[in-house]
Write a protein that binds this ligand. Structure first.
Ligand code: G5P
Ligand code: MG
Length: 214
């Protein structure tokens, strides 16, 4: 049976980390709207130019742009046997548009994995996050035995901090999550498709918990 998951939760909760593990486990693609936008910024495309200042300020990119991106990704042949959506939907408008996309693609069955971690832990995690700019791998200075200025253990490229992981930008991203995004989970609770996961354990513990729930 096709696995279709929406990973939902505040910034830094572990969506990208778990999405990569689950995508590998189930052999399905991982669509991260943040990664798609960061790739556009790096490539200097029109979308990237539009998104860059918005992302660096920790604000949300307009709904119409995001909805079109996701429609295109989910309609692609790669998504035919299932997918993991990470970072979308983030507004009620996007959630309603996703229902239309699912209806058009005749998708009836999906789950929303709702990650919960408190804000203090999120600020600490994002302060310690490093990413590989080449492969998109995600690390943490607290448990990955790396140093700031260190290199990706798998490809050797210098690891970087995301521009939007500065503490003041993280606070703005959290503010927007609580003000605008969090309500989206109620939309899905009404549909009976939400599985809530305590995201405070280790990566392995959280991964096992999700796989057991599924
Ligand atoms: P993104 O890229 O979607 P966010 O803010 O939703 O960004 P982010 O920051 O990518 O989410 P994450 O993916 O939830 O966080 O977390 P992660 O990277 O896996 O893990 C964070 C850290 O915690 C890492 O150091 C990791 O090692 C560690 N960690 C992970 N799991 C665990 C665990 O289980 N235990 C422990 N102890 N540690 C763990 O969006 C970026 C921007 O793009 C735009 C917006 O501007 C947004 O701000 N954007 C959109 N705008 C509008 N609508 C949309 N749909 C948009 N999507 C993106
Ligand atoms: Mg992410």
């Amino acid at each position: 049976m096709e696995t279709r998951l929406i990973l939902f939760g505040p910034p830094g909760v572990g969506k990208g980390t778990q999405a990569k593990l689950l995508a590998e486990h189930f052999g399905i693609p991982h669509f991260s709207t943040g990664d798609i936008l960061r790739a556009a910024v790096a490539a200097g495309t029109e979308l990237g130019k539009k998104a860059r200042t918005i992302m660096d300020a920790g604000k949300l990119v307009p709904d119409d742009i995001m909805i079109n991106l996701v429609r295109e990704a989910l309609a692609s042949s790669r998504a035919a046997k299932g997918f993991i959506l990470d970072g979308f939907p983030r507004t009620l408008e996007q959630a309603k548009a996703l229902s239309v996309i699912f209806r058009d693609l005749k998708i009836l069955r999906f789950h929303v994995v709702n990650f919960e971690v408190d804000d203090e832990e999120i600020i600490r995690r994002l302060d310690n996050r490093l990413i590989c700019p080449k492969e998109g791998k995600i690390f943490n200075l607290e448990f990955d035995s790396l140093e700031k200025g260190g290199q990706c253990p798998s490809c050797g490229v210098p690891l970087v901090q995301r521009e939007d992981d500065k503490p003041e930008t993280v606070r703005e991203r959290l503010r927007i999550y609580h003000a605008t995004t969090k309500v989206v989970v109620d939309f899905y609770k009404q549909q009976g498709v939400v599985m809530t996961v305590d995201g405070t354990g280790t990566v392995d513990v959280v991964n096992r918990e999700i796989r057991m729930m599924l």
